[in-house]
Design a protein around this ligand. Structure first.
Ligand SMILES: C[S@@+](CC[C@H](N)C(=O)[O-])C[C@H]1O[C@@H](n2cnc3c(N)ncnc32)[C@H](O)[C@@H]1O
Length: 254
């Protein structure tokens, strides 16, 4: 036994292998991804320095290449505000913060002990010192019910990585778009092209963005990214806009 790790049937490589086998046999189980692929080097400049900590990957976490792309993109865009949907142990939160400590940083996950909450890990355990110092705001709540409206239209970088079923993924994707509405904000999704619910949600939500953006899938990763064209803040279809109700309230209050 010595020297042989036993692969958990729920580990990410095992899941991917299972899903790929399912695609071959059942065709319908794994959705075929349609986003244009882009090489990581077309998106980020890998000669730029980034800081990474806790980079050895554990279960449920992004790969090292994904972490590098996520961190490099935050370094490149210098967002004023970052929102992560799905904290887990806080590994990606930490690396987002390390590469842009000036930004206001929020991250949300289910309260510890909720069904579906991080397996045995305290949510955000890797960022507790930053939370205590007020550098990162950790929020506990179910994203399907949580009121994100105080942050609508106020975020420059959103990372979506919470529930991966379709209902969660579409709801979190709508939230993400509302968070960046009116700003040249980017949204990064994890598990695109791996989890069918995420793949479907990302491809459906594209039609709600009416401003000029690119939706891309980064090669050799499961990252899908929405990037606005320079000078084109995110504009959403009327049905999705999270800002219009605030405007109506102002108008009716006059
Ligand atoms: C894949 S993990 C997140 C990994 C983390 N973003 C990272 O990069 O290391 C998914 C997380 O989403 C959380 N989650 C799942 N459904 C949720 C919901 N409805 N509301 C809030 N958090 C949820 C889980 O508790 C879990 O910690």
């Amino acid at each position: 036994m010595a020297g042989h790790a036993i692969a958990s049937p729920f580990s990410r490589p095992a899941r991917i292998k299972f899903l790929e086998a399912s695609r071959e046999h059942f065709h319908v189980y794994l959705r075929t991804p349609h986003l244009a692929r882009i090489a990581a080097h077309e998106l980020i400049d890998s000669s730029e320095e980034i800081v990474l900590q806790q980079y050895i990957r554990g279960r449920w976490q992004v790969t090292m290449v994904e972490l590098t792309v996520i961190a490099s993109l935050v370094r490149k865009r210098s967002p004023e505000s970052i929102f992560e949907i799905g904290t887990f142990d806080g590994r990606t939160t930490l690396n987002l913060w390390l590469n842009r400590p000036e930004a206001s940083m929020h991250t949300i996950d289910l309260p510890a002990g909720s069904p579906g909450a991080p397996d045995g890990k305290t949510p955000g355990m890797l960022i507790q010192d930053k939370v205590k110092d007020g550098k990162i705001e950790q929020i506990f709540g179910n994203t399907l019910e949580f009121d994100f409206s105080p942050w609508f239209g106020a975020q420059d970088y959103v990372f979506v990585d919470a529930g991966h079923g379709y209902q969660n993924a579409i709801s979190d994707s709508r939230t993400a778009l509302r968070l960046v509405e009116g700003r040249e904000g980017v949204v990064v999704w994890h598990d695109y092209a791996v989890m069918p619910g995420v793949t479907q949600a990302v491809e459906e939500i594209m039609s709600e963005v009416v401003s000029e953006v690119d939706f891309v899938w980064v090669e050799d990763t499961s990252l899908a990214i929405m990037i606005p064209k320079t000078g084109h803040p995110i504009k959403l279809s009327n049905g999705l806009s999270g800002l219009k109700s605030a405007k109506v309230e102002v108008a009716s209050g006059v």
